[in-house]
Ligand binder design. Structure first.
Ligand SMILES: Cc1cc2nc3c(=O)[nH]c(=O)nc-3n(C[C@H](O)[C@H](O)[C@H](O)COP(=O)(O)O)c2cc1C
Length: 139
């Protein structure tokens, strides 16, 4: 088992990002994360990403470094990093919520994407946790 390390960041998507890009990101992420025992949630809305990565600290940090250097996103800003008692998404190598799909209304997305950089971990984590009730909307 070992201690779980949790990291949440917010970033801007590249201007020319397409849905094909997102599909590719998810495919590669899920393969890699499954091997690295990383789980989490990726949310996309209005040209921005917010992602939770959870797992062994070194593996999460290595993954974050690859994401930082990935030109499909930029201005990666860490919102939360630290130990956690347990994983929020233990069965998801990377869950995905698309906040641009109107049939997926979720007040948590609005709250998270309005001013994420001003939010405290204690505000962000319960919102992320609330997505566990919406796993049927994950892609
Ligand atoms: C917003 C975003 C989220 C990503 N999330 C992950 C992830 O959770 N796990 C992962 O392995 N790669 C993720 N990637 C992809 C990595 O940046 C990288 O392309 C991928 O890990 C393959 O790396 P490699 O070509 O060095 O094998 C993400 C990329 C972006 C733009």
């Amino acid at each position: 088992m070992g201690e779980i390390f949790q990291l949440v960041y917010f970033s801007e998507a590249a201007d020319d990002l397409s849905y094909t890009d997102i599909k590719e990101i998810l495919e590669v992420s899920r393969t890699h994360n499954a091997k690295a025992e990383i789980t989490g949630l990726l949310i996309y809305k209005d040209g921005h990403f917010l992602q939770l990565l959870e797992g062994q600290e070194e593996k999460v940090r290595t993954t974050l470094e690859r994401i930082r250097h990935d030109d499909r996103n930029y201005k990666v800003k860490i919102l939360i990093e630290g130990p956690a008692k347990q994983r929020l998404f233990p069965t998801w190598s990377m869950a995905f919520h698309d906040g641009d799909i109107a049939s997926n209304p979720n007040p948590a997305v609005e709250k998270l994407f309005t001013a994420p950089k001003t939010m405290k971990p204690a505000d962000i984590l319960p919102l992320l946790q609330s997505f566990r009730d919406h796993t049927d909307e994950f892609h």
